[in-house]
Design a protein around this ligand. Structure first.
Ligand code: FMN
Length: 187
């Protein structure tokens, strides 16, 4: 059972000093053996979703995203909340994936983090609705909301809160198990 599990990690923040990107990388640092992560770097390069552009092979950046998703067993998304919702860049990426189907049955875990006491819970809920619509499989323990992120992640990107670390380890285990399950059933 030492087969490699491949995961694409997507941060919903384009900000250079993003706490969500730092948290995503810290989470990857907690991953158990045999989980290999690729950080998706193209979120800011995708054109605005327009069905008129989604013809033939579509834009190169969209093709690249779809290809990266096809190559992985699972997905980890870590996102802030903007204006009580999912950041536009992340929602835009998901809009490109509605018709192409790369998320169907794809084991997926979702983290939202915010300096606010709500932890980006509205973005989290909205993101789950979109993922449900595109038939992603949300894994066991795969929904984590982290309020007061600035108190739980230090400037070096180290998770300083034990409970948060445990939640993220449980999320990673859930993601790993779900990806393994799909290897076994061949879906
Ligand atoms: C335009 C704007 C809107 C925001 N809206 C929300 C919000 O609705 N809810 C929330 O919890 N935080 C909100 N924030 C605060 C972000 O959570 C905070 O800036 C966070 O650090 C952004 O994530 P990042 O560090 O990963 O870039 C907003 C920030 C900006 C700049």
């Amino acid at each position: 059972m030492n087969q490699e599990i491949k995961v694409l990690a997507i941060s919903g923040s384009l900000r250079q000093k993003s706490s969500n990107t730092a948290l995503m990388k810290a989470t990857i640092g907690l991953a158990p053996e045999h989980m290999i992560f690729t950080v998706y770097g193209g979120l800011g390069d995708l054109p605005h979703f327009n069905p008129d552009l989604d013809i033939d092979e579509g834009p190169a950046s969209v093709r690249e995203l779809r290809e990266q998703l096809k190559q992985v067993d699972g997905v980890l998304i870590c996102t802030p909340e903007y204006g009580n919702g999912v950041p536009g860049a992340l929602k835009n990426a998901l809009d490109w994936l509605v018709s192409s189907g790369e998320f169907v049955n794809k084991p997926t875990a979702v983290i939202s983090a915010s300096p606010s006491p709500m932890g980006g819970s509205l973005a989290h809920a909205s993101l789950l609705l979109t993922l449900q619509m595109i038939n992603a499989e949300i894994v066991e323990n795969g929904k984590v909301i982290i309020p007061h992120i600035t108190l739980k992640l230090d400037r070096e990107g180290v998770i300083t809160n034990a409970e948060t670390r445990q939640e993220l380890q449980a999320l990673l285990q859930g993601l790993k198990q779900a990806c393994r399950g799909q290897h076994i059933t061949g879906t």
